[in-house]
Design a protein. Sequence first.
Length: 292
Amino acid sequence: MHPLRGLLVPLEGGGEFVPPNTYSFNSRPLFPSAGWEECHPHEGAAPASCADFVPTWTDAWLTNHVCQAAIAALVVIGFWLWVARNQRIVPGKRQFIGEWLYDFIRNGIARDVLGEEYRKYLPYLVALFTFILVNNLFGEFFLFMFPTFSKIGFPYGLAIMTFLLYNAAGIRKYGFGTYFKKMVLPPGVPWYVTWLIIPLEFLSNFIVRPFTLALRLFANLFAGHLVILVFVLGGAWLLEQKDSLFYNFSGGVSIAFSFAIFALEIFIGALQAYIFTVLTAQYVHSAIAEEH
């Protein structure tokens, strides 16, 4: 088995080449129960004997990707504690990095979008941005080689948190009835089109927003990781072909080009963290904004 291949997709079946597919994104339990490996093949259907297999809670919840998200949370907490220690008037390199990132989120996102009320939401936005960024960068880090948010459940979790935040902010400021009316019936709408505007605004503000927020993050990370899998695994397979100079040359080109894809994924990971955080701030702003 090629070492690059083993990092990206653990292969079964004696090390035979398995092309990237949906199984490449499957989670694996840290402590699999008896029979889990046999009933979750890397490709193809599970054997008929697995019809009665019942996974344990550790199979479903204590997985490598859940552990990865927990590690990211610890990294974020540790980073902010590290850069906040021994603050000085003249910052050193460590303090400068922390202050630069904090100012970027505070001035470039929170204050610009939320205005005077930005301070109460700033901690969440700082934690959100850095948590998404770290998880996205795991896709290029050799110990993981997998972006956490290419698993749809994790983006949905963050989207639900944002959904609860902006609705709670609006209800706290206006009360449930006034806030709900504000979100489904914009001011100045003629009465004869309210039958159309109200369901559309309800779908937009309460259904479509969290769904598209999660889907945007997931789709970009999923597609990027799939492209990396194709170039790296395909290139590794071509390099291993004997007596075929053309295959070997193509494999070398594929591996070399994958470095450009890795660089692009770093940029996309940072960009998606920024977009998710900006949209979160924008949704909070729309919930608490005064009518004009």
